[in-house]
Design a protein around this ligand. Structure first.
Ligand code: 7TS
Length: 413
């Protein structure tokens, strides 16, 4: 049977077998993992690649003539090449390894913006952002006297585009915007937004933490200036991440941190910085993690991001319809274009209580404000329950979620 003839859930069964953690029971029930927006699970190929490095090749990178160091360096730099290919960056010099989306955004705020902005300049973000795409900009505004401006969203959790266009004024130094909202699942029309900003010569940073795991990303096609993402959300190890940045920007930016590896020559009088991307990679990196991230990229490419996106769209639609059928459910985040995430409330049950009851039934969801407190305020709530899917989930997982919610409802009424 060709893949195209397989039903969505049977395709997923093949993929699911690659994730050892998913075959366990939690609290006496087979695990249903619906928290991939917080952290994706790792396939055996990733776990094995990291273990292989630690067992066979562990040594520091870029600085040893001995065999282990060369092997470690080859594997580390090989991962960078895989990531370059995965996001279609023009050059490997544009792929800076970081500890995650958070560090990638802070790097841009401190190194690209801080030296160049001051009173009278604006940093534009949106109401949908994760705290990682708010607080670094607040810090740089405090440090420089620039102003933070926030583009509004509507009651469905969609950007109000006409208002966004009106905010793209000459005094905006950078637009920093999420690709996919982690709290609401809204997929922003990012390509069109980048085009509008570029027409006005405004650089754009895209927070792609929730984009990369779910759809094919082509940074050249998007035409963004910066694209930030995390390894652990794309089925790689924690403590890894990427900042994609146009080479011209990286050339013009001062280093973010000083230390080993980011230099060519040091004396007490002066220091010559290393070439790109190493100028932005001070200190010993997370070598095993990055090698694991390279394995995650291989794994995702072996399936194909378009297949993943198609499969997840069907499953997401199934989940939303199933949730809507539960009496007492209020969906938070009902944008026309959504991916992988659904937030909700059930009657007046506190989201943490709901999460605990679901956990007792082996169903893992995230509860609370999801590091997006302004989103919660916009809806007049303190938090939500959030179910988030990945390609290893299936309709049985959704059915178990619904059954667990019905049980919670019985307990509370
Ligand atoms: N941006 C978005 C859109 C995110 O969803 C997250 C993490 C981050 C940035 C920060 O990523 P980090 O890897 O640097 O921590 N989001 C979530 C979440 O939704 N639940 O836990 C973490």
């Amino acid at each position: 049977m060709s893949q195209a003839q397989l039903k969505p859930s049977s395709i997923s069964a093949e993929w699911r077998k690659d994730f050892p953690i998913l075959s366990q029971s939690v609290n006496g029930h087979p695990l249903v993992y619906l928290d991939s927006a917080a952290s994706g699970q790792q396939p055996a190929a990733v776990i094995d690649a990291v273990a292989h490095y630690h067992r066979e090749d562990h040594a520091n990178v870029h600085r040893g003539v001995h065999t282990l160091s060369q092997r470690a360096t080859d594997a580390f730099e090989g991962a960078r090449d895989k990531i370059r290919d995965f996001i279609n960056a023009a050059s490997r010099t544009e792929v800076v390894m970081t500890s995650g989306t958070t560090e990638s955004i802070n790097l841009v705020a401190q190194s690209f913006c801080r030296p160049r902005i001051g009173p009278g300049d604006k940093v534009l973000i949106t109401h949908l952002e994760h705290h990682a795409n708010i607080v670094p900009w607040q810090l740089v505004c405090e440090q420089t006297g620039a102003e933070l401006v926030v583009a509004p969203m509507d009651d469905q959790g969609q950007l109000e585009l006409e208002k966004l266009w009106a905010l793209l004024t000459d005094d905006v130094f950078i637009l920093a915007i999420g690709h996919v909202s982690n709290a609401l699942g809204t997929v922003n029309p990012i390509k069109g937004i980048i085009a509008e900003a570029r027409e006005r010569d405004i650089p754009v940073l895209v927070d792609g933490a929730q984009g990369v795991p779910h759809m094919a990303i082509d940074v050249q096609d998007l035409d963004c200036d910066f694209y930030a993402f995390s390894g652990h959300k794309m089925f790689g190890p924690t403590g890894t991440g990427v900042l994609y940045a146009r080479e011209a920007h990286l050339e013009s930016m001062p280093p973010y941190q000083g230390g080993g590896d980011m230099i060519l020559e040091v004396s007490f009088e002066s220091t010559v910085y290393n070439e790109l991307p190493y100028k932005f990679e001070a200190g010993t990196p997370n070598i095993g993690g990055v090698i694991g991230l390279g394995a995650a990229v291989d794994y995702l490419q072996s399936i194909g991001m378009q297949r993943i996106a198609d499969y997840e769209r069907d499953l997401h639609d199934y989940m939303v319809a199933a949730l809507e059928s539960v009496d007492g459910i209020r969906l938070i985040g009902t944008a026309a274009s959504k991916a992988s995430v659904q937030s909700f409330l059930l009657d007046d049950i506190h989201s943490h209580d709901l999460g605990t009851i679901l956990d007792h039934q082996g169903v893992a969801i995230r509860t609370g404000h999801h590091c997006a407190m302004p989103v919660m305020s916009r809806f007049g709530i303190s938090g939500t329950a959030r179910a988030s899917i990945a390609f290893y989930n299936n309709s049985d997982d959704v059915d178990r979620l619904i059954a667990a919610l019905l049980k919670a409802r019985q307990l509370f009424t």
